[in-house]
Design a protein around this ligand. Structure first.
Ligand code: NAD
Length: 292
């Protein structure tokens, strides 16, 4: 009797490269959504702290990943910029931003993408629909701040003020943005100058680590929060940060960081597998994982 043969099921191997990523929720989000879609997907963390490797090792790790069968990678702190020279191609948004959080392997060719900026924009549009964003104050000029700034200027913000403890970093980001978005106005300030700028802002975005479990507290004095200004926090662990709580108490519309975390993961999943995840289902799973 002749046996029936079926094509072998396509399976995926995905990884996350970064430092201190043991508690990351991304592996669980990808694996559970893959299972719900009937897909075999294994997601591994490649923690440079655990491996005792310097951040620069990201190049060698990314170059070897396709040899070990990886279909794609997520890249996180502190490797999002360091990985750039080790990629074969960059999607235009990743090239403009100078940061990559997703790598897709097409054979041995490594293509870099950035889903942080689109994840932030999607979360802003879903979480604060119709909110004015002509004038926005951004706290933090690191990789996350750069993604937020790109999202805001791409979607109509005309006036962005960037405050960072490291004013040089804010200036560098503002200079790059001014070159890419010549129609917009971008100003770098030290945090002491926030009161004057916040008084005229439609929205405030926190892209500093302040509020994370290991950086507790507020990134600015609560008295500066005005109910006419919406407040978005990128920090999502805990989901309800000190800033989100303080802003709500002052009557501000708020956008916690969870939705961005989910959307950037959903978009990375789609780039790597070619399948569209169910956003609401991933968000529900994320909410379950982050419930107190
Ligand atoms: P980073 O360390 O590269 O940059 C943070 C910047 O904030 C630094 O330039 C630092 O000088 C500045 N800063 C710190 N405290 C400050 C303060 N009180 N006032 C003004 N500036 C201050 O970090 P990053 O990679 O840009 O990430 C920042 C945070 O964004 C992370 O801690 C993470 O919680 C969050 N994040 C969330 C998502 C998401 O999906 N929700 C995605 C990426 C990052």
């Amino acid at each position: 009797m002749r046996g029936t043969t079926t094509a072998p099921e396509r399976s995926f191997l995905v990884g996350l490269i970064g430092a201190g990523i043991g508690p990351s929720l991304t592996p669980a989000m990808h694996e559970r959504e893959a299972a719900a879609l009937g897909l075999r997907l294994v997601y591994r963390t490649i923690d440079i702290d655990v491996l005792d490797l310097p951040p620069e090792a990201v190049g060698e790790l990314v170059r070897s990943a396709p040899h070990y069968g990886f279909d794609g990678l997520n890249i996180t702190h502190p490797c999002k910029q360091l990985v750039l020279p080790h990629l074969d191609r960059l999607a235009p948004d990743a090239a403009a931003l100078g940061a990559v959080n997703t790598v897709v392997f097409d054979g041995r060719t490594a293509v870099g993408h950035n889903t942080d900026w689109s994840g932030f924009l999607g979360s802003l549009e879903a979480g604060l629909p119709g909110a004015r964003r002509d004038r926005v104050v951004l706290l933090g000029a690191g990789g996350a701040g750069a993604a937020v700034a790109h999202a805001l200027f791409t979607s109509g913000t005309g006036d962005l003020v960037i405050a960072d403890r490291d004013v040089g970093r804010a200036r560098d980001l503002a200079r790059g943005l001014a070159a890419r978005f010549p129609g917009g106005s971008c100003t770098a300030i030290p945090p002491e100058d926030l009161p004057a700028h916040l008084a005229r802002a439609d929205g405030l975005v926190n892209a500093t680590p302040m509020g994370m479990a290991d950086h507790p507290g507020l990134p600015l004095p609560a008295e500066l929060l005005d109910p006419s200004t919406w407040v978005a926090d990128l920090v999502y662990r805990p989901l309800r940060t000190a800033l989100v709580t303080a802003a709500e108490r002052r009557g501000c519309p708020v956008l916690p960081g969870g939705r961005m975390a989910v959307l950037q993961a959903v978009e990375a999943f789609e780039l790597i597998t070619g399948l569209t995840p169910d956003r609401d289902r991933v968000y529900a799973h994320f909410a379950e994982l982050t419930a107190d």
